[in-house]
Design a protein around this ligand. Sequence first.
Ligand SMILES: Cc1ncc(C[n+]2csc(CCOP(=O)(O)OP(=O)(O)O)c2C)c(N)n1
Ligand SMILES: [Mg+2]
Length: 353
Amino acid sequence: MTVIARFEVRHSQFLDEHGEIAAPLPEFARDPQNLIALYRWMVLMRAYDAKAIALQRTGQLGTFASLLGQEAVNAGVGSAMAEDDVFLMTYRENGVQMMRGVTIKELFLYWGGDERGSAFLTPRRDFPICITIAAHVTHAVGAAYAMKLRREPRVAVCALGDGATSKGDFHEGLNAAGAWTLPVVFVVTNNQWAISVPRGTQSAARTLAQKAIAAGIEGLQVDGNDVIAVRHAMDQALAKARGGGGPTLIEALTYRLSDHTTADDATRYRNPDEVAEAWKNEPLQRLRTHLTACGAWDKGKEDALLKHCNEKVQAAAQAYLDIPAPAPEQIFDHLYATLPAALQKQRAEALGE
Ligand SMILES: Cc1ncc(C[n+]2csc(CCOP(=O)(O)OP(=O)(O)O)c2C)c(N)n1
Ligand SMILES: [Mg+2]
């Protein structure tokens, strides 16, 4: 018997959990100003997240899915993408959306149950948030196919979770992307949980990155709490896709520090010791430690940034709250060219007719 194939999955990390440099930094990360720009986004994401939860808890927002702990994945992906690329996301990538031009007011509108939140003005070509787990993997492959057909130097970036990699649509999409050498990057945010299902129960695979190998796609793993590692992997994957080299799957290891959504109570199924451990690994602290060690950050800058972010988020919340709610009959208005009789009846009821 002979071995006819061997595969490996690489893991990359540049800043360890103590903020120490673990490997020679890529070019962009040698300039602290570039890292400060990423840090500023990450702090804004966290301020936004806290405000969204506060609005939900006071009855001013619908169910919200927090991205707490996933700021580095969001900032790494958002900063690497070109304006012309297309982003296909789940509910936990609001940070990337912000970096691509979606306003915080529009994000609040979305979570407030207002369809106008999905009609964000910029970036018009990004897809709306996909709640249906893994369905958008096939959409990403379709978008990438169109880009290839038109010979456009653009890339479709598809973000999904660890749980989503168990879905059929994920495997079907990956297979087609590999077979057709499409310009698509799959970012699997492995936050260790799919609602109450832990990563270890989700799949017997040692890594989720290796799921790419069966589709003939490069799969790699990065420390998803290290924004430099995420950004670097994205830069390489995007350049490869733009140059005709085909798809990449990046598994970003991180931790969902929040409940699944505001409709969940994770203390019912999660060991508090595990969450406390994960907090030691969270992405903002390590970047701040590194920037401080470089002499590029201090308490004065930190305080000013927190104030700036809180004011920005507060202003966006007020702008959202000032928008009159859509009329109830509007939920019937954008689904059918001709509304079926049963729904016409419901629409009339909603109007009090
Ligand atoms: C097709 C489908 N099945 C089930 C659900 C219910 N659901 C919502 S989120 C979720 C877990 C997803 O976990 P993961 O992919 O790890 O993403 P995360 O929530 O951790 O970001 C499930 C099963 C859904 N939205 N869509
Ligand atoms: Mg998950």
